[in-house]
Every structure is written in structure tokens, then in C-alpha cells.
Design a protein around this ligand. Sequence first.
Ligand code: 9WN
Length: 424
Amino acid sequence: MAQNTHRDDLYKRAAQILDINDRGHYTVPTSGLYPFQWNWDSCLVAIGQQHVDEARAWTELVTLFEHQWDDGMVPHIIFHKLDDGYFPGPEVWRTGRTVPTTGITQPPVAGFAANLLFERAKDKDLAREKAGHLLQRIDRWHEWFFRCRDPHGTGVVALIHPWESGRDNSIDWDAALDAVPTEGLEPYQRRDLQHAHADHRPTMAQYDRFISLVQHFRSLDWNNEVLHEQSPFKVVDPGFNAILIRSCNDLASLADALGEPEVAERNRARAKAGLAALDSLWDERLQQYVCFDRVSGKAVDSASVGGLLPVFAGVPTARMESLAKRITTLGEQVNYLVPSHDPTDSRYDGKRYWRGPAWLIINYMIANGLDRAGHTELFEKIRQASLKLIDESGFAEYYDPKSGEPLGGDTFTWTAAMVMEFLR
Ligand code: 9WN
């Protein structure tokens, strides 16, 4: 009884947070630090919103796709209403859109989210209408990925900016970022440090590279036909590709349900080629996947959570077993799974953003993949660790995986959405 009341309280608090950050037709990740619509935040938030208001959940995705570019890309931030609390804003990106957006993308969770909303829908008519509206748009985004980010047809796509990965300052990007030139960098003022502790955020040297890349792409008029070739940063991330593969497969299921066999076939073929190519990123020594730097032509020696995320894609059983073992071992080194980087690596930093802290959205995707593969015990362990973090530290942006300390922004939307999923 007491247990149930506690769950109800957590659930209510999560619903309140979704409400606080709701701006009507889109949701902000948290007010202050992130006052706009972020791509993968929105898709994951919609999954939580479905528990309270199904129509509102569909709106979140529909709004995002209203800002899809003509070439098929779905941008990483939509600047619906101007707010100078965030840097870099539209005046830096200058992408020339009526409603300003950035010119890069983010992990493609939309295919996964749309299919999940459809499968669980109570209002079937609404679901058919909204999923029908989204299907071709998500398919175009997938098509864009393989055309513009895998121009040589390897089966996996590259990121041209660390912000695209959603894991901005991961150790994965260190070497590749070092090679990004910063000559001609215009003076700028960070705003994130007004809202979060400098030790918990990316460094100045990293921001210099982040902004230099934006300036470089801007000088190329955000033309996606040339950006991949001309970018000094080009990294294949197994985590990002795993999300894309899962979304291709899930979009195929959605297409089947909606009677669109061609969309289904195209997306299954993309997922199949992606899964085959993903295997080239396996690192035998680390027993997990690692990034590949297309500029240096080298594999990246970095045991990050990006290399564990392929459980979400449904990799072959032997790989799945090895990844489950890796995650179990990590669970012996921290108190709260899943750290975003291996704590035995000297570069690990349990408080600095994507260099160690645990994030609930990552926990959710990893847990989901493990559950589907029958690793029920490990799934449950991650679920419990996630809920314990919330109990002890509230709805933060991320957490120190050893102490459980809440870090970054608070009243965080996607954390709340994931709590609703874990409480289901
Ligand atoms: C840059 C909104 C976003 C997340 C990213 C996270 C962080 C932005 C920033 O916040 O990135 O996109 O300015 O730090 O790294 O995953 O989508 O929550």
C-alpha cells in the first residue's frame, strides 16, 4: 500500500514536470538552461506524455516534423520563441529558416517513438491519422541520413558535430575535436554557465571547437550535399547508429501496420545493412563497440556508453551477451547504472556531463534493449537504479553514478518522461 502511494507520488511529480515544461505544442527540456524544442528530447518526452494525454504526445512529434528541412533533415533545435538565455542562438546558426532552427541533427528516436505510440494507442483512429502523417516524413529523414551522412554506402552514418550525438563532450570525440581548427573563431559568450556548474559542463576548449564547426558549416550555407565531405569532424558513433537501426526497424513495423509495404521494405533494408556494418565497430579487447573516426581512418579507443547502446538495436546474441556482461561489470564499479563512461578509464569524470554521469534516457534505451533480448534481471537492475536516483536526488538532468548526486539542470522533462515509463 505504502509502496503504491509512493509510486503514485512519483508519477504525479513526473506528470507535473511535463506540464511545467509544456509550451502548448512543444516541450522544453527545462526552462532557463534549454528554452527551446530539442529533437531527441521531444521524441522521448512524447513517450511519457502518452501516459497522460495521447493527443498531446502526437502533437509533440508533429510539431518537430513541421520543421523538417526540404532535404529531409530534422534539425536538432527549433527556436520557436526567441530567448537569449541560451547560446548559440539563431543569430549564430543563421540557417535562414522562417522559424529559426539549427543546421545539424540529433539521434533519430522518432521512428521508435512513433511506432511505440501507435502500438500502445487507446485512440486507434487518432493514432492512424497521426502515424500516417509522420510515416513518410520519418522515412525521408532516414533517407537523408544515408544519402548525406553515408555518401559512400558503408551502411553506417557519420556525425559532423558532437552535438549531433546528444553526448556532447564524450571522451569519444576528444581526439577528433583536437584536430578541428579554431582559426577565425568569433568571440562569444557562453550562457550555460549561468545555469549549471562549470565543472559539470563541457570545457572552454570544447566549446571553441563546437562553435568553430558551426561557423564552418555556416560558411558552406548549410548545404548538406557538401557538409559531410567538407567537415573536419566526421565520426561514426555506434550509439547513434544503433538508434537509427532500431528506428528503421520500428518504422518498418509501423509501415506494415499502416499498409505501406514500400516504406517497410526500404527501412528493413537500411536496418539490415546498418546492423551488418555495425559489427565492424566491435572492439575485442574492450568487449563493446567503439567509434570510428572517418577523418583519421582510426577506431577510437574509448569505452563509452555509446558502445553499449547497440543493445537497443537488437544486435546478434553473442554480442548481446558480451554487452550484458560489460554492463554487469560496470554495475560492480558504480552504485547507479549506467555510467556514460567506464570508471576504470583515467579520463572518466563522474560529474562532467557525458564523461561519466548516468542519464535516465540512456538507461531507458539500454534497459529496453536488454528486456527485449530476455535479460530481465539486468533490465530490472537498471530500472531500480534509475528509480532510486529519482527517489534520492529528484528529477535532474544527469547524476554522479557513484554518489547519486543530481547534476546539471533540474525539473528535467525527459527524466520525468522516463520515470513514467519505468513506473509503468
Ligand atoms: C546542445 C537538451 C540537450 C540534449 C543533449 C545534451 C544537451 C545541448 C547543450 O542538452 O545538449 O544540444 O547545450 O548542452 O547533451 O543530449 O538533447 O536536453
